[in-house]
Design a protein around this ligand. Sequence first.
Ligand code: ADP
Ligand code: ADP
Length: 217
Amino acid sequence: MQQNIYLLGAPGAGKGTQAQLLSEKLGIPQLSTGEMLRSARLEGSELGSRVAAIMDAGKLVSDGIVIELVEHRLARADHQDGVILDGFPRTIPQAEALDALFARTGRSALKVIAVDVPADEIRRRLQGRRWCTRCKKTYHITDNPPPPGQSCEGGGTCLLELRSDDKPEAVEKRLQTYADQTAPLLAHYRAKGTFFSVNGMGKIGDIFSAVMACILA
Ligand code: ADP
Ligand code: ADP
């Protein structure tokens, strides 16, 4: 059966980390709009240059841009057994566009898992977050470093960098953007479909067990 899972939570809640683990466990792809946009920036594409300043200011890219990216990606043959959405939808219009797309393409209903982490822990996590500009994986300098001796999928060792939107001023703006534009999705999804909530505090492996329990419920 097709499995469509959506991880909802503030920046730094651990959505990407859990999505990566779920993707490996379930054998279905992770779809991260943030990663798609960062890749566009690294490639220096026209889209990348259009969104760079918006992302670094901690604001959301326009609904039209991300909906188009997701629509294209979901049409791919390797996304027909299901998908793990991470960072999309982020606004009510995006959620409505996704609902319409799912209805049009006959996808199974979305399973929504909200990951809850307090703002102080989010600030701590984002300060220590590093991403590899070669393999695009995310780590944390103390809590989740690349395993010693592990080679980067892009070859050699990971090239770890602080994301330009993980600087403290941008983080504060992103927390505000989340509260204003994304948090309303909690009520939107609680009222319809399958909605679960997990405590995002604790060890990555324990949170993964809680997320898996929702999926198997
Ligand atoms: P985080 O990991 O902190 O939750 P993401 O990697 O998901 O952040 O996204 C990084 C940035 O990319 C966002 O702050 C926003 O500017 C842009 N972005 C990602 N997904 C979306 C989306 N669904 N709608 C609008 N902007 C998005
Ligand atoms: P999101 O995709 O929601 O923005 P990430 O998965 O990128 O969040 O996680 C944010 C940062 O916190 C990363 O540096 C990640 O390695 C780290 N992290 C994720 N889960 C945990 C956890 N349970 N405990 C401590 N650090 C975590």
